[in-house]
Design a protein around this ligand. Structure first.
Ligand SMILES: [Zn+2]
Length: 399
């Protein structure tokens, strides 16, 4: 057991407050620019001197710059905005079928992106990723890109940047960080896709999500992953293996097997593949059999097709059952559901929340807020970019 060092805990707390204040100021500049120091102080209720101190640090770190506002008679006011646009981060979102490589500016806006099929062989995959990164960086001003973030659908050792296991491909000990750093000369941060997306939610999500310090992100994809945030930090657990709730047992004989071959896991009841398998079964005998993609399934559900709606609603029900279990164990302030399924939220939210509420009866407390992700349909990419950007935003200059 690790013992808690109280002295260190106190330092951590004051660092946490500084880091939160810095995040608040930075987010005001990002979203409300051009904005003055006085306006930030007024709206955040932070002291004027605190705001000035933080802005000074942010300018020193090259995150914020001053511009001249319009004069209303007297001296023109000094306003703040994020440092001028340009590519700052490269994000690599490795999916089970498709991979996206993109550049973004400091505010997380995607500037260029390219999508290509994921190779089934890890060496070949590295070659493809490095080739795409080089292509995106070609012609960019030297030194403008500060790092590369990689999100992976599997277990990642965050410290070493190596993928411990990617069940879908059975890749083990895939040393992504070293290989990409050697090839590009840039620092590389690697994390599990759900952790990365949770980080993106924390830094780039809607304000009502960002202000929550304890939440769980449920990332629905070909599989199902979860990212846990405690006190504004990703909880990784021993060897970075926390958050593998996709493989908790919630039943038996699911419509599909999980990435590791079990039909008992939550993932097997509530991922994109499950919804598609349910749809195929429900639509059997009703017209010609067609293979549809997950986005097409959502389109059909919105178009009023009963089988497509039912397939999504059953999947939403099982998402709710699993979420209720997480709530019982971790009691977060909020649960966020992300992935391509986010587009179907108006259809599924009600059933999902009903399943959570029903399954929460024994807990004796009302369930926390359940929101849909505000990161759009590519939370994995926003996650990969955040691995670079958040470290810039979050760095605390100790006095
Ligand atoms: Zn499993």
């Amino acid at each position: 057991m690790r013992r808690i060092d109280l002295k260190r805990a106190n330092v951590a707390r004051s660092d946490t407050i500084r880091s939160i204040n810095r995040q608040i100021v930075l987010n005001y500049v990002r979203e409300r620019a051009p904005i003055s120091r006085a306006e930030i102080a007024h709206e955040t209720a932070l002291q004027r001197s605190t705001v000035s101190l933080i802005v000074g640090e942010l300018m020193e770190d090259g995150l914020v710059e001053e511009i001249e506002g319009e004069s209303t008679g007297g001296r023109p006011p000094t306003l703040l905005r994020l440092r001028a646009a340009g590519p700052v981060a490269v994000g690599v979102a490795v999916g089970t079928t498709q991979t996206i490589v993109a550049t973004s500016d400091l505010g997380g806006r995607v500037l260029e992106q390219e999508e290509f099929p994921t190779a089934r062989n890890s060496e070949e995959m590295l070659g493809r990723v490095i080739e795409r990164i080089r292509k995106l960086m070609k012609g960019k001003i030297r030194g403008s890109i500060e790092g590369i973030g990689v999100s992976l659908p599997g277990l990642v050792d965050y410290e070493t940047g190596s993928a411990l296991f990617i069940p879908y491909f059975k890749w083990r000990d895939w040393d992504v960080k070293r290989a990409v750093e050697d090839a590009t000369g840039l620092p590389v941060v690697v994390d599990n896709d759900a952790n990365a997306a949770a980080l993106a939610e924390l830094w780039f999500g809607r304000p009502e999500i960002r202000e929550v310090r304890d939440f769980i992100l449920v990332l629905v994809e070909e599989g199902l992953g979860t990212g846990i945030v405690f006190d504004g930090q990703i909880y990784r657990g021993e060897a970075g293996a926390a958050g593998e709730f996709g493989h908790m047992t919630i039943g038996s004989a699911a419509p599909v097997a999980c990435a590791s071959g079990s039909r008992d896991c939550w993932e097997a009841f509530a991922c994109e593949r499950t919804a598609l398998a349910r749809y195929e079964k429900l639509s059997r005998g009703v017209g010609p059999r067609q293979k549809v993609s997950f986005p097409q399934l959502i389109d059909r559900a919105f178009g009023g097709e009963r089988a497509a709606q039912t397939a999504l609603l059953r999947t939403a029900h099982y998402l709710g059952v699993g979420i209720a279990n997480l709530i019982k164990g971790l009691s977060p302030e909020a649960v966020i559901v992300g992935g391509r399924i986010a587009r179907a939220w108006p259809l599924i939210a009600n059933d999902l929340k009903k399943a959570v509420a029903k399954s929460s009866i024994c807990r004796g407390l009302p369930p926390p807020r359940i929101n849909v992700s505000s990161l759009g349909e590519q939370p994995q990419l926003m996650g990969a970019l955040s691995l670079v950007l958040a470290s810039k935003f979050a760095s605390v200059t100790t006095a």
